[in-house]
Design a protein. Structure first.
Length: 206
């Protein structure tokens, strides 16, 4: 870390169904000095989700007021709902020596990057678009229409993977978990694995 008294910000992005949540959990399970950032959102809570624990749930009026007051380090509209990361939430955690993992989409990542906020970025790559579709179907959370929308969005999101500091191929959970932990704990990644990730990425986009 640059300052032993401060935490760091890690930005992790992936298409829906790429296994991002499971890989983030593998980090949280290994080191209790990492916390997942809580995002603000205008979508309704899903079963079991709690305000202030899983998300800061709010309506469009409240969200837009925060935008007007420049309270977000990034925000975006995804699948007709708004999501944002509150500056105050991130600053408080980092100031208290907590490493913060920010789970956001590519739109949000671009805002953070353009704002020159100090961070380390990681993109999770699925083994193929076919596997991604299978995972979304097996997850059982979305209709066929929404799954197709997520797949179309995934193709666009994958085009930005090269802009991230690191890429992790999630074709095997144990291997991908080790890779992402090496990055956030030790700040390193295998060049050979990154070459493989980039080749698979090119194949998906060809």
């Amino acid at each position: 870390m640059n300052n032993k008294n401060k935490g760091e910000l890690f930005v992790i992005s992936a298409p829906s169904g790429a296994g991002k949540s499971s890989l983030i959990q593998s980090i949280l399970n290994i080191d209790n000095n990492f916390e997942l950032s809580i995002s603000a959102t205008t979508r309704k809570p899903r079963k079991g989700e709690e305000d202030g624990k899983h998300y800061f749930f709010m309506d469009n009026h409240e969200f837009d007021a925060l935008i007007s007051n420049n309270e977000f380090i990034e925000y975006a509209e995804v699948h007709n709902h708004k999501y944002g990361t509150l500056k105050s939430h991130i600053q408080e955690k980092i100031s208290n020596g907590i490493n913060v993992i920010c789970d956001i989409d590519v739109q949000g990542y671009k805002l953070i990057k353009n704002a020159s906020i100090t961070h380390t970025s990681i993109f999770i790559i699925p083994p193929s678009l076919e596997e991604l579709k299978d995972r979304l179907i097996k997850r059982g959370l979305d209709s066929t229409e929404i799954i197709n929308t997520r797949l179309n969005n995934a193709k666009e999101e994958l085009r930005f993977a090269k802009e991230f500091d690191f890429r992790v191929l999630n074709d095997n959970y144990e291997s991908a978990s080790k890779d992402i932990v090496d990055i956030v704990i030790h700040g390193k990644s295998s060049n050979d694995k990154d070459k493989i990730s980039l080749k698979i990425l090119r194949d998906m986009l060809s």
